[in-house]
Design a protein around this ligand. Structure first.
Ligand SMILES: *[C@@H]1O[C@H](CO)[C@@H](O)[C@H](O)[C@H]1NC(C)=O
Ligand SMILES: *[C@@H]1O[C@H](CO)[C@@H](O)[C@H](O)[C@H]1NC(C)=O
Ligand SMILES: *[C@@H]1O[C@H](CO)[C@@H](O)[C@H](O)[C@H]1NC(C)=O
Ligand SMILES: *[C@@H]1O[C@H](CO)[C@@H](O)[C@H](O)[C@H]1NC(C)=O
Ligand SMILES: *[C@@H]1O[C@H](CO)[C@@H](O)[C@H](O)[C@H]1NC(C)=O
Ligand SMILES: *[C@@H]1O[C@H](CO)[C@@H](O)[C@H](O)[C@H]1NC(C)=O
Ligand SMILES: *[C@@H]1O[C@H](CO)[C@@H](O)[C@H](O)[C@H]1NC(C)=O
Ligand SMILES: *[C@@H]1O[C@H](CO)[C@@H](O)[C@H](O)[C@H]1NC(C)=O
Ligand SMILES: *[C@@H]1O[C@H](CO)[C@@H](O)[C@H](O)[C@H]1NC(C)=O
Length: 226
């Protein structure tokens, strides 16, 4: 009995240890470091929004574009929509593990969306629309963001087919991928999105027939596939 208990205890501790060692101990400092790393890869800030506002003698929670949670003071929303920033997206943003909303739309970001963003498991909204992000396919790691409700990848230069992993995001309400260079067909799996209200695939090169399941999706309000 005692040995069984000890065995169970060992199991418990090894589980706990594995869990805590694989989950980095990110904190307030990590978030600030991530913002500074993000600023370092910005090559153009025509209105001086980050240069002028992100000053080190003010808590980063009060920097323009940044919102923190009231209790733990970790960043919960990052919105720099329409700042006209140019450069690449630093992978360090993937360390903002409390982020629920990330809006980078209406900038001039180039290159890839860093795969580190797949660590943002609390993310409900991701908007990278109206940039110059490119990739030969929509990154399949987006399927890891299981809490996502709204996904905007529109007006970029993504090409290739829609990855099947995307259909794992069961709570998705908005999927906007218009004005990219996507091809292939729209899979039947689209019907798995039982909360999908908006589907915008206009301005791509999607071919094939419209999946039958699409007509059974009672949540759909708006479809655009011109
Ligand atoms: C916060 O994280 C940084 C970097 O990971 C670490 O150096 C620091 O000790 C941590 N601070 C606390 C209070 O946990
Ligand atoms: C930074 O921007 C915020 C939000 O616009 C503003 O409240 C704050 O006063 C600005 N701080 C500085 C130092 O410019
Ligand atoms: C922050 O520091 C700069 C330069 O050291 C100074 O000009 C500015 O007034 C300070 N701002 C605040 C809000 O203390
Ligand atoms: C980000 O800010 C813009 C401009 O203030 C606003 O229109 C947009 O709704 C915000 N995005 C999110 C996700 O709240
Ligand atoms: C945050 O992310 C970057 C790049 O993804 C990494 O190099 C860095 O060590 C990470 N950790 C902390 C605590 O900043
Ligand atoms: C999005 O991109 C398409 C194709 O370049 C363009 O026709 C459309 O006007 C863009 N939408 C906006 C609002 O800029
Ligand atoms: C996500 O979808 C892919 C492809 O459909 C599948 O192989 C994978 O196991 C799924 N992952 C999760 C976490 O559901
Ligand atoms: C889609 O739904 C079907 C049936 O509802 C289910 O068997 C399948 O696992 C789902 N696929 C994904 C990728 O969630
Ligand atoms: C759509 O709904 C009808 C009626 O409920 C059902 O017979 C049909 O199998 C459904 N089609 C798909 C593709 O789910």
């Amino acid at each position: 009995m005692a040995s069984l208990f000890a065995f169970a205890l060992t199991l418990y501790f090894s589980y706990f240890f594995t869990l805590s060692s694989s989950t980095p101990n990110f904190n307030f400092t990590t978030d600030k470091y991530a913002l500074l790393a993000f600023r370092n890869t910005i090559t153009s800030d025509p209105h001086g929004l980050l240069r002028g506002n992100w000053s080190s003698n003010i808590s980063f929670c009060n920097w323009i574009g940044v919102s923190c949670g009231t209790k733990h003071r970790r960043i919960t929303a990052f919105n720099i929509s329409g700042f006209y920033l140019g450069g690449t997206i630093a992978p360090h943003l993937g360390n903002l593990t409390f982020l629920q909303s990330l809006d980078l739309s209406y900038n001039s970001f180039t290159g890839l969306m860093p795969s580190e963003l797949s660590n943002l498991r609390r993310l409900k909204e991701l908007n990278v629309g109206f940039n110059s992000l490119s990739s030969t396919k929509i990154p399949s790691w987006l399927g890891c963001l299981s809490q996502l409700r709204h996904l905007y990848l529109n007006n970029n230069t993504f090409s290739g087919t829609i990855p099947l992993s995307l259909f794992n995001i069961s709570r998705l309400q908005t999927l906007d991928m218009c004005y990219n260079f996507l091809d292939g067909n729209l899979p039947e799996k689209i019907a798995n999105f039982s909360f999908l209200g908006t589907l915008n695939l206009a301005g791509n090169k999607i071919t094939g027939s419209i999946p039958n399941g699409l007509f059974n999706m009672s949540s759909l309000i708006e479809i655009n596939m011109r």
